[in-house]
Design a protein around this ligand. Structure first.
Ligand code: ATP
Ligand code: MN
Length: 430
């Protein structure tokens, strides 16, 4: 008999099917046993009744324990009160893989214990909900750009130089040389965009983040679009359109998971464009008025981002930062040389920056100067300068941090639950 996935159970009402999965929970009331079985695509309550099966089959219940795997032959029956709308009457079943003393129980566990058991913790209801939403976010982001005709051109992971500053670089041996793990695909995106006009890359990036925060992983995933002939206003519009597209998809397809996570769904549903566009200069004034100790030129930390975003019910854009706090390749504001044309998106409810982006420097002479000022070697960046020597155009893009976005949408306080196997300064396992 071919297995039936629980997501398709409605098509099999009243007919005998085979279900394979794991026992998520069990309960006994004498002559009737209840097995809550999960197969990844759904959960169903299965009924094992002494009146329906032989004694031999009924006694197999003794082998059932939390998280053991089972193969069940049974008949789905409509049951309005159950979450899936069905129950399964068991005709026969077998335990396939035993699970004795499953370490994760219903009691509260410390987060270190759960992270040490991440390989098992993934099976828990909330963790499954978060990773399903993560999947939805990635799928939506890719669909958004694919629908607009963007070409996916991925960037290398082994790179010869840094693009987000040298303090968070991971160095690895590369035969007789050194290489660095990529911190962002952006520089390579800039080459690809001159070939394809609109591109995106999607992949893991690495940053040796030494500070312990709720928002920083050492390995995280980014989707990074880059567009030729875009300006900073169009860049903001694209970020906004993408964010609304992702939100809509999650609300359409993953409402159940949002409920499991007790997310304020109405708050998400009420989010509409246009998102406020706040200049850095004005943000400093707003923060000062709110009593924050900030000075012009500071890079805002999490507390300031939270203070600022608390004033709004949608994500906001922060743009036109002091050039000193942004990477060297960012285009300067023609109206104020102290500023660079960067634009970040900050999520509401205290989740902070989820997107970083901006306009890239397009003039070869200016870029060469900045490379020199940074103390970088022109040789290392020869190829990057070539992009300006041969048919330069205004261009820009941004990077969305997938886990930051998932943390916000799911309402997860700590980013480590938004990636299957988190990597931080203190954790490389499992
Ligand atoms: P932050 O100031 O919060 O460290 P950043 O300015 O270093 O962020 P960018 O270099 O602009 O971030 O990277 C683009 C996006 O990647 C960020 O908006 C964020 O969503 C995500 N991101 C950056 N660093 C991390 C990290 N260590 N862990 C997870 N996501 C990150
Ligand atoms: Mn950072």
């Amino acid at each position: 008999m071919k297995r039936v996935w629980l997501e398709d159970i409605a098509k099999h009402e009243g007919k005998e099917i085979k279900l394979v999965g794991w026992v998520f929970n069990k309960r006994s009331s004498g002559k009737i046993k209840f097995l809550l079985v999960r197969d990844g695509s759904g959960v169903v309550q299965c009924i094992l009744s002494k009146f329906d099966v032989s004694e031999e089959i009924f006694n197999k219940y003794q082998d059932v324990s939390i998280e053991c795997s089972v193969e069940i032959i049974g008949v789905p029956r409509k049951e309005e009160r159950s979450l899936s709308g069905y129950e399964l009457d068991i005709k026969d079943f077998n335990v396939i893989g035993k699970s004795e003393e499953y370490p994760i129980g219903k009691k509260e566990h410390g987060v270190d214990f759960l992270l040490n058991n991440r390989h098992l913790w993934l099976r828990s209801t909330k963790q499954r909900a978060i990773l399903k939403i993560r999947h939805e976010v990635i799928r939506a982001a890719r669909d958004f750009f694919n629908n607009l005709g963007f070409i996916n051109v991925d960037a290398p992971i082994f790179t010869p130089n840094a693009c987000e500053g040298t303090t968070t670089l991971f160095e690895v041996d590369y035969f007789d040389n050194k290489a660095f793990l990529s911190q962002s695909g952006q520089l390579y995106n800039e080459a690809a965009v001159m070939a394809h006009g609109k591109v995106y890359c999607f992949g893991p990036v690495f940053r040796a983040e030494k500070s312990k925060t709720r928002r920083h992983l050492t390995e995280f995933w980014q989707i990074e679009p880059e567009i030729a002939y875009i300006n900073i206003d169009e860049n903001m519009q694209l970020q906004e359109d993408m964010t609304l597209f992702i939100l809509k998809r999650v609300l359409e397809n993953r409402e159940q998971e949002l409920k499991v996570l007790e997310r304020d769904i109405d708050f998400l549903k009420a989010i509409k464009g246009p998102f406020p566009r706040v200049k850095y200069d004005d943000a400093v004034k707003i923060l000062k008025d709110l009593g924050e100790e900030v000075e012009w030129g500071d890079d805002f930390g999490a507390p300031q981002e939270t203070k600022l975003t608390e004033q709004y019910k949608t994500p906001i854009f922060l743009h036109r930062f002091p050039a000193k706090i942004k990477p060297f390749y960012m285009q300067r504001d023609p109206e104020d040389e102290r500023l660079s044309l960067g634009v970040d998106m900050l999520a509401p409810e205290g989740y902070g920056e989820i997107i970083g982006g901006g306009q890239r420097m397009e003039d070869p002479i200016a870029l060469r100067e900045k490379i020199k000022e940074e103390g970088l070697s022109e040789d290392d960046f020869k190829w990057f300068l070539d992009l300006r020597e041969y048919g330069t155009v205004p261009h820009g893009g941004f990077g969305l941090g997938i886990e930051r976005c998932v943390a916000w949408i799911t309402g997860t306080q700590h980013i480590r639950e938004c990636i299957p196997f988190p990597r931080t300064i203190y954790r490389l396992e499992p």
